[in-house]
Design a protein around this ligand. Structure first.
Ligand SMILES: NC(=O)c1ccc[n+]([C@@H]2O[C@H](COP(=O)([O-])OP(=O)(O)OC[C@H]3O[C@@H](n4cnc5c(N)ncnc54)[C@H](O)[C@@H]3O)[C@@H](O)[C@H]2O)c1
Ligand SMILES: O=C[C@H](O)CS(=O)(=O)O
Length: 483
């Protein structure tokens, strides 16, 4: 294990309110998922601290809205510069608490920073409309105003990027925020707001609590001053929060689970498809919402594709975040490991065959061998549930109609991928797939410039792109009469 950078310069373990790092009586442990070693003892927050941070964000709102869009943009740009300048420290902290290989952690820092840079630019382009009035003595304008205090609740798999994808547009729009990161990976969120403070984001604009998720969530969902919840996480939690926010009518952004289809047609470039499959399936050890969950491969190329995929998977190296050459880390916790193991056992019991992997890694802990299963069928758990691990399940198909029906036979609708050289087919399939994002002849679709999000049980709203800032704005129609 080669840990080459000290992250003490960005390590904060209290909770952050009114521009102060404060302590609590109780603490919870953040551990390294590779080694189970203690990383930090973090302030255990609950109802009292959650109310404190909502008070703080509400108090800071007027002043933050009052500064110009240009000034907000300049502070976001300074924040971007500080994130990039601290890339190694942030990546080292991130992979220590989350487990992904250091190279991926370095990439996540840049990806997270890209949202801050993008929305620093968008901050200056929040335009309204002038509408030709319906009466001669009237004038109509449409203005856009910040929603107000927002709550951001984020997952453990991309602890930096999932947070900036919410906070950057929120701040750009003139909102203030209360943040609850995952208790698996709170330190990355702490480091981000520490750098935001250095960038001149005023006290109270950003606030962070973690600990008793349920109690904190109860405060955030029930307090009328919180005008929006932006949540990224499982569909189960997302639905719970969606219902909980009904009585205070909050604006909602929900980025939830996925069950992505990856379709290889008979005319696909097989080598390119394997490359795309590896990029999508095994990133973050298969723990991303847009990872392929089901490979649908045309009968004519099934052996060719699956054998080449297995050969590529055999080259993956399992190890802790700092091991030289490691490309697959541990699963985040025992529950995640048990789910992956159960999906593999269930598939084998129902007829799937193992081409490579198929069992826990000899490293022990929550490391699992990167796996390729063939002869998958829709009766298997992994056909309808998000596996969230390094398991490729390969299904056969023979026609476009058949594979569209198979791909859409899921309650999820986040992302899909397919490989073909046929332009007409590309349009037919892209339009027929029931999801929010489609990648054609490409395995990596995540970028700050495009709208990220899903439909059905994968959520509502979009993050990133010119659309992302709209989630943090209200539209107001102003009619001026008797002119
Ligand atoms: N669509 C996307 O952009 C996207 C991105 C990343 C992860 N995800 C999804 O997230 C899931 C994995 O992340 P996870 O395990 O952290 O999800 P999770 O739903 O268990 O937790 C997400 C966050 O919600 C918090 N939370 C849980 N219950 C809560 C409650 N009652 N009140 C308030 N907060 C509560 C957790 O503490 C965490 O901070 C997967 O399903 C994955 O697909 C989706
Ligand atoms: O888990 C899904 C996240 O959205 C990660 S990414 O945006 O695909 O990198």
């Amino acid at each position: 294990m080669i840990q080459t950078t000290d992250f003490s310069s960005v390590l904060k373990s209290g909770y952050y309110v009114d521009g102060q790092w404060k302590e609590t009586q109780q603490h919870y442990d953040v551990t390294n998922p590779s080694t189970k070693a203690l990383v930090a003892k973090v302030a255990y927050c609950s109802t009292k601290e959650a109310k404190e941070v909502v008070d703080s964000a509400a108090k800071a709102l007027t002043a933050w809205q009052a500064i110009t869009a240009k000034e907000r943009a300049q502070r976001l740009k300074k924040w971007f510069d500080l994130i990039i300048a601290n890339q190694k420290e942030l990546a080292t902290l991130l992979v220590t608490e989350q487990g992904k290989p250091l190279a991926e952690g370095m990439g996540e820092v840049v990806y997270a920073a890209s949202f801050v840079e993008w929305f620093a630019e968008e901050a200056k382009r929040i335009y309204g409309d002038v509408i030709p009035a319906h009466k001669g003595d009237s004038r109509i304008v449409v203005i856009k105003q910040p929603v107000g205090v927002i709550a951001a609740i984020t997952p453990w798999n991309f602890p930096l990027a999932m947070l900036t994808r919410k906070i950057a547009p929120a701040l750009a729009a003139g909102c203030t925020a209360v943040i609850k990161p995952s208790e698996e990976t709170p330190l990355s969120a702490h480091a981000l707001v520490h750098l935001a403070e250095m960038a001149g984001i005023p006290a109270g604009v950003l606030n962070v609590v973690s600990g008793d998720a349920k109690a904190i969530g109860e405060v955030f969902t029930q307090d009328k001053r919180v005008r929006k919840i932006s949540f990224t996480g499982s569909t189960k939690t997302g639905k719970f929060l969606y219902q909980a926010c009904a009585n205070t009518m909050k604006k909602m952004s929900l980025e939830l689970g996925g069950n992505a289809a990856f379709i290889v047609f008979e005319d696909a470039d097989i080598d390119a498809a394997v490359e795309g499959a590896m990029a999508s399936k095994y990133r973050n050890t298969g723990q991303t919402c847009v990872c392929v969950n089901r490979f649908f491969v045309h009968d004519a190329v099934y052996e060719n594709f699956t054998q080449k995929l297995a050969a590529a998977v055999k080259k993956l190296t399992v190890g802790d975040a700092f091991s030289e050459g490691a490309t697959q880390g541990p699963l985040i916790n025992q529950m995640a490991f048990d789910k992956v193991s159960n999906h593999v056992k269930d598939a084998i019991a129902k007829g799937a065959k193992v081409l490579v992997g198929g069992k826990p890694s000899e490293l022990g802990g929550t490391f699992f061998e990167p796996t390729v299963l063939i002869d998958a069928t829709k009766e298997m758990l992994m056909s309808s549930e998000e596996t969230f691990g390094p398991i490729s399940a390969c299904y056969r198909f023979n026609s476009e109609e058949e594979v569209i029906a198979l791909a859409n036979d899921t309650d999820f609708g986040l992302s899909s991928y397919f490989y073909t050289q046929n332009l007409s087919r590309a349009w037919r399939i892209a339009e027929a797939l029931e999801c929010g994002m489609v990648a054609i002849n490409e395995g990596m679709l995540s970028t700050e410039v495009a709208p990220f999000g899903g439909i059905k049980d994968s959520g509502i709203g979009r993050e990133g792109s010119k659309y992302g800032i709209e989630e943090y704005l209200n539209i107001k129609y102003v009619l001026m009469g008797s002119i």
